[in-house]
Write a protein that binds this ligand. Sequence first.
Ligand SMILES: NC(=O)c1ccc[n+]([C@@H]2O[C@H](COP(=O)([O-])OP(=O)(O)OC[C@H]3O[C@@H](n4cnc5c(N)ncnc54)[C@H](O)[C@@H]3O)[C@@H](O)[C@H]2O)c1
Length: 253
Amino acid sequence: MVKKKILITGVSGLVGSVLAVALKDEYEVTGVDLENSIYVPTIKADCTILENIMPAFSGIDMVIDLASNPDQYSKWEVIHDINLKCTSNVLEAAKECGVKRVIFASSNHATGMHEFDWPYSQIIEGDYAGLKSNQIPLISTDMPVRPDGPYGIAKVFGEAAGKFYSDQYGLSSLSVRIGTLNAEGKPINHRQFATLISHSDLVQLFRKCIQAPLTLKYGIYYGVSNNKWRFWDIKNSESDIGYKPQDNAEIWR
Ligand SMILES: NC(=O)c1ccc[n+]([C@@H]2O[C@H](COP(=O)([O-])OP(=O)(O)OC[C@H]3O[C@@H](n4cnc5c(N)ncnc54)[C@H](O)[C@@H]3O)[C@@H](O)[C@H]2O)c1
């Protein structure tokens, strides 16, 4: 059987490396990044320059779009120059080259302002007094966005731009609001007991995004493991694409 051709932008970073290693036998995986990936063939190019990345998109079925500056505290200038340009160029290149689906690495920071409100403010401090984990009101992807800074706003931009490319050009556009994927694969502070996504749950979620029928034109999914103190709703990830996280950060308590 012919393998699907998957291009990962930002392939050489943390998320990209986890995905490249896990998906490279099942799919024909290539990358585009400023740095070479040690795992898959990579075109070294800057995603802020459209013409430089176009060759990487030729003949590609689906794109996993990770290339960005991942610093949540970045100032507007950096977000303008890097994040917004990377995101819009990837969508444009995908459209021009007939790519069928773009899976965009959005972020929990698209709705990060909730964390200043109770009970989330208490949970991220690791203070569970008076709380029942199964009674926490969950934040869902159909609630209004609440970005917590320019980085989060750029992720909302990516989700909205994906919707436009879907409506206007028929591109399938899925966004994953990644919680916390760290190198350790386990919580390293109080907040991560709520927000962690394990490496294997991340791989499952992106694999489900690849496998979902192309009739699914648009979706936004929280990327989080089945943590006891999770406060993001993942019901639509299960109903739309069959994501069933297997891990729970609580085992590291
Ligand atoms: N790790 C997390 O917990 C997390 C959470 C939410 C969202 N995300 C998003 O996932 C994506 C990947 O994050 P990560 O943690 O792997 O970060 P990372 O810094 O490890 O990887 C980012 C990669 O993108 C590349 N890159 C940056 N600018 C580029 C450009 N102009 N052109 C081409 N390549 C470029 C970098 O060289 C790097 O290899 C980012 O978009 C980030 O915002 C990550």
